[in-house]
Ligand binder design. Structure first.
Ligand code: ADP
Length: 388
């Protein structure tokens, strides 16, 4: 119990000093001694003591000064004053100033030992208490942070729900509106061309609705952790050829060109083929949507390091302002575009692409300037072949 306990004994009576320190050493305490106040103060300033036993009357300074300095430097130090009968009043003052106890000369070792044991027990309790308060404060801080994060998530969810309801309502209202007009044709007849046009609007809105619902389902699947990586080895060139065949009819509607460049050293890679395809499709269909007729779209894939694939989808379209670049990866983070941009999206393509890239352990970013086109780049670490 006593090991590691530092005690300073200060007394100008060499005999008392020697007996006291020898007895305390026998009890297993580490003892330092001082024969006057200045020596004691120098020792206190050099190292902390658990207990200081000091004669109240020293030749140079009062034991009260030692008490004051010791408490200033380390409030947990227990100072025990040794006093003669004549100085009991000063000893009582010392207790009022924060001394732990006083003991009257001649010192009875049993009495001193009990005082030391009590002081050490109280010290331990104090330390435990302080540690407990500190850990409680830390837990409280963590709890507060978790609460804040939860509030943020809940706000983000409500925000998402509000935006989603709005996005669902728009095509639904259009379907209901046009179908009501078509149904009321008996009361107010409409010509064949208008009839076909309204049917077409209904068809477009229904397709948009389906795309929106599919995207929301994809997103919720990713969010709930139900979407997992299914890596396999495949040829990136073959995948991009497949992507090209899929997007060419769409690009043809705006006479846009697509150029694909695959850097040296890339042949078969290990990744989730279907998800990689979806990332490319989302980014290329954006490039198509936000690039005018006869625009140029380029896909460049290269190895940044042997195990890090960088793919850029570059267009010479309308570009994105720096402020808008901050929010386009958020759900429904659409930007107000000029009326010349046709083909309303659902505002989920980039957030889905971002999640899919992140599922691969990768990153996605954009470099763009309004009027100067955009470059969307994603990087994904390639798993070592044969490691999954
Ligand atoms: P959307 O379905 O609207 O395309 P996305 O999440 O894919 O939704 O994109 C969010 C927004 O980011 C788009 O509405 C558009 O404003 C902007 N954006 C995305 N890609 C491009 C691009 N290649 N050029 C210009 N703007 C883009």
């Amino acid at each position: 119990m006593s090991s590691g306990t530092n005690i300073l004994v200060t007394d100008d009576e060499i005999a008392t000093l020697k007996t006291l320190s020898a007895s305390l050493e026998d009890m297993g305490y580490r003892i330092a001694t001082a024969v006057n106040g200045q020596e004691a103060l120098a020792l206190i300033r050099r190292q902390p003591f658990n207990i200081i036993i000091a004669d109240i009357k020293l030749p140079d300074i009062s034991g009260l000064e030692i008490l004051e300095t010791a408490k200033e430097l380390n409030p947990e130090t227990a100072v025990i004053m040794i006093t003669g009968h004549a100085s009991i009043e000063t000893a009582v003052d010392a207790i009022n100033e924060g001394a732990y106890a006083y003991i009257v000369k001649p010192v009875v070792m049993n009495e001193l030992e009990t005082i030391i044991n009590n002081a050490l027990r109280e010290q331990r309790l104090l330390i435990e208490n302080r540690e407990l308060v500190e850990s409680l404060q830390q837990s409280n801080k963590k709890l507060e942070e978790a609460n804040k994060a939860l509030e943020q998530v809940s706000r983000a969810k409500s925000d998402f729900m509000a935006k989603m309801s709005h996005e669902l309502r728009t095509p639904l209202n259009s379907i209901i509106g046009f179908s009501e007009v078509l149904l009321s044709k008996r009361t107010s007849p409409i010509d064949q061309a208008t009839h076909d046009e309204f049917f077409n609007y209904i068809h477009i809105s229904a397709k948009h609705l389906l795309h929106l619902i599919d995207s929301i389902l994809d997103l919720s699947k990713i969010e709930s952790g139900k979407m997992t990586l299914e890596s396999s080895e495949f040829d990136l060139a073959v995948l991009l050829e497949d992507v090209k065949v899929t997007v060419l009819p769409m690009l043809a509607t705006k006479k846009q060109t697509l150029q694909i460049e695959i850097g040296d050293g890339i042949s078969t890679i290990l990744a989730d083929e279907a998800k990689l395809k979806q990332i490319f499709l989302n980014l290329i269909s954006n490039a198509h949507k936000f690039t005018l007729t006869k625009g140029k779209i380029k896909v460049i894939c290269q190895l940044e390091t042997p195990l890090l694939l960088h793919c850029s989808i570059i267009d010479n379209g309308i570009g994105i302002s720096p402020q808008d670049q901050q929010r386009i990866f958020e759900e429904f983070g659409q930007v107000k575009t000029s009326p010349s941009v046709k083909g309303r999206g659902v505002g989920l393509g980039l957030s889905i692409a971002k999640r899919l890239v992140e599922l691969h352990g990768g990153k996605i970013w954009v470099i763009s300037e309004p009027g100067c086109g955009s470059t969307f780049t994603f990087s994904i670490p390639l798993a070592k072949k044969g490691s999954t």
